[in-house]
Design a binder for this molecule. Structure first.
Ligand code: SF4
Ligand code: SF4
Length: 371
């Protein structure tokens, strides 16, 4: 099949002369950020130690919205890299003391999220906030957060959201979506929660009704962003291909240069495996939950010393199968949104797009051999 640029899914954007959309002048952005900070905990991209990362905003002029994407994903707003689940201690002559940590229900606005990362929250919701096993820590933060996304104007060569039928202005997973329109942003409410935020903040933001000239400018920006996307095979159907490759030797070849550093999983917006450890001091301690990585040897090592995933080939098979076969089968979503972070961050330039291509070739070769 010829590689192609996928279509963009989600709500239709108003075109010139259609629909109702608000306009936020960029010279009012700082005042708008200040307004959000007064009412909410605001988390947005900030430059810290030479790196752009999502963090709590302390000063409106530190917010950076003109960026490609952050090194680490904004999932930490709901699922921090490390969090305390409870504290315990012992007082002489008394029983053990256990202190629960209150859930974080602080009303929050998460600003400046890229559309791929906004879609990653829907996968995390399926894991932590649906079905029989509900995660109270994740749910408390998620339920109290409004996601304000910003459409991409400059997708990177490593971006492949379009392989999933998405695109640089996909509103799925966002509550509000901003689109660049020159000296202003077009603002559209995607969910009821986003609409409520606009109703609350609208007067303070100085929103105007978008005019045709700004809608046309946003459309030109969208087309320019779309044209930067590299042609790629759609991911749809990869799960059926993977199902026949569990015992294939292709995983040894794919994983050969992997260093097992775990960087790919720590930067990924959809990876969600964690471990729980008790950090014990002389008379007290904490139970912590922290991100973990299936790329590590110890990840599946049993206390007996047996390891059901004994080598990097088995670990790379797990990473690929989990994202592209088990998750779509179990929760109806891929465990990848095409953000390209793992490609950029990997020290040996492992490229998950090439892994999928290699998997497709392997399956095609098997079919030829059997025919
Ligand atoms: S970042 Fe690269 S080298 Fe490190 S574990 Fe992932 S694939 Fe392997
Ligand atoms: S697997 Fe790589 S490209 Fe896909 S969502 Fe994770 S970091 Fe992004």
């Amino acid at each position: 099949m010829r590689p192609r640029v996928g279509r963009t899914s989600g709500l239709p954007w108003p075109r010139k002369g259609e629909g109702i959309v608000d306009l936020l002048r960029k010279d009012r952005l700082s005042a708008g950020v200040g307004e959000m900070m007064r009412r909410y905990r605001l988390i947005a991209p900030l430059e810290r130690d030479g790196e752009l990362r999502f963090d709590i905003v302390e000063s409106p002029d530190k917010v950076t919205l003109d960026y490609y994407n952050t090194v680490k994903a904004p999932k930490s707003a709901f699922f921090p890299q490390a969090e305390c689940m409870m504290r315990f201690g012992r007082q002489l002559g008394h029983f053990n003391q256990v202190e629960e940590v209150p859930l974080d229900e602080t009303p929050t606005v998460l600003l400046g999220v890229r559309p791929c990362d906004a879609r990653s929250f829907l996968l995390l919701d399926a894991i932590f906030a649906r079905g029989p096993f509900l995660d109270p820590y994740y749910r408390a933060r998620r339920q109290n957060t409004v996601v304000v996304s910003l459409a991409c104007t400059k997708p990177r060569q490593t971006c492949f959201c379009h392989a999933f039928g998405s695109g640089p202005e996909d509103p799925e997973g966002s509550d509000l979506l901003l689109r660049d329109a020159g000296d202003a942003y077009l603002v559209q409410a995607v969910s009821e929660r986003g609409k409520a935020l606009l109703d609350e903040l609208g007067p303070g933001l100085g929103l105007e009704k978008a005019d045709d000239a700004h809608i046309a400018m946003a459309e030109a920006t969208r087309q320019a962003a779309q044209s930067r996307l590299v042609a790629i095979e759609p991911v749809t159907g990869i799960e059926a291909i993977l199902a026949g490759l569990f015992d294939s030797g292709v995983w040894a070849e794919i994983s050969e240069k992997c260093l097992a550093c775990g960087t790919c999983t720590y930067t990924c917006p959809t990876c969600h495996c964690f471990r729980i450890e008790d950090m014990v001091r002389a008379h007290d301690g904490e139970r912590l939950r922290a991100w973990d990585s299936c790329m590590y040897e110890i990840f599946t090592k049993h206390a007996s010393g047996h390891n059901p995933r004994p080598d990097q080939a088995a670990r790379w098979r797990q990473r690929t199968m989990h994202k592209f076969e088990y998750l779509p089968r179990n929760v109806g979503r891929y465990g990848c949104v095409g953000c390209g972070r793992c490609i950029l961050a990997c020290p040996v330039r492992m490229d998950i797009r090439q892994v999928l291509d290699r998997v497709r070739r392997e399956a095609a070769q098997q079919v030829e051999v059997e025919a």
